[in-house]
Ligand binder design. Sequence first.
Ligand SMILES: *Cc1c(COP(=O)(O)O)cnc(C)c1O
Length: 354
Amino acid sequence: MVEAYSIPVTKIERSRLPGVKLENIPFGRTFTDHMLEADYENGEWKNVEIKPYQPLVISPSLAALHYGQAIFEGIKAYKNSAGESFIFRPYDNYKRFNLSAARMEMPAVPEDIFMEGMRQLVALDSNWIPALHDHSLYIRPFMFSSDEMIGVRPSENYKFLIILAPTGPYYSAPMRIYVEEKYTRAAPGGVGQAKAAGNYGSSMYVTAQAKKQGYDQVLWTDVYEHKYVQEIGTMNVFFVIGDTAVTPDLSSGTILAGVTRDSVMTILEEMGLKVEEKPVSVDMLMEAYKAGTLREVFGTGTAATVSLIRELKYKDFVMTFDTAKWTVTPEIKNRLDAIREGHAADKFGWMFKV
Ligand SMILES: *Cc1c(COP(=O)(O)O)cnc(C)c1O
């Protein structure tokens, strides 16, 4: 018989939960009572433990702060009406985490630390999972280089942590999107397909410029011609054109392979739409818009789930949409929510019991 992987646990003396209002709790600001921490030293993972959520003590020479070997994941846990807790497709995030690690020359995190550690941590803090519609517990695994030495080379030491944050609805209003044609996010051969911290740091300036002009996010385009769309912020993008849903394909390695993206493709097919992964040019989108066949545009990601897009601006051309008339995007969200919140059968095997 396989022994359950046992992780030492130090419990908090008194939970902070009674002082927290879970309803409509803003994303990413409140953390649960416990966290998981592990160290990579001398070629192996050790000191795996679950302990009270607390600050880390770091040296000013911490390698991650200087050279950016840092990656993360985003996953959500839900509670059904029977009070059971489930995590949405965590194994897909586990695999992606180690792909990001490999690209950043960081060690892989073993499955028992990542998966079983996450399960035990979520089980311990399961009272923090809001059992409310559109609410969940956001799970943030992350790893960074922890050598205390200045010098550009891969670290010998790393830290892996998992923290948890209860969260309410993320983006509520339909978004205005600026199609970026000056700055770029990811080039072939780069790290666009990795959830590497630096990808987000480098996007802040560009997003801030777009926000000054009244946009919510930018839609990134290819580095050569600014002709083919990639993704939006921390979301993949879909276009419903006629009876086909189109999303940029992943072959150039510039786009993060979203777990929500994959789930939405499955749901779209279940709804009877054709799904195409292919290069998506802005020209093609403008043609479809002019012909009246570009019906719906939306972003997908763990944090926001499905976000409606009411405006796309490319150079002087503005495409606007009356999102109140949409049928496909709301239906996707309903079907996904129903599975995750336990109102519909988990026919695709996406829900991992805690
Ligand atoms: C995390 C992320 C996504 C969405 O991935 P999910 O697995 O669906 O959460 C899309 N694009 C980028 C750049 C991301 O960081």
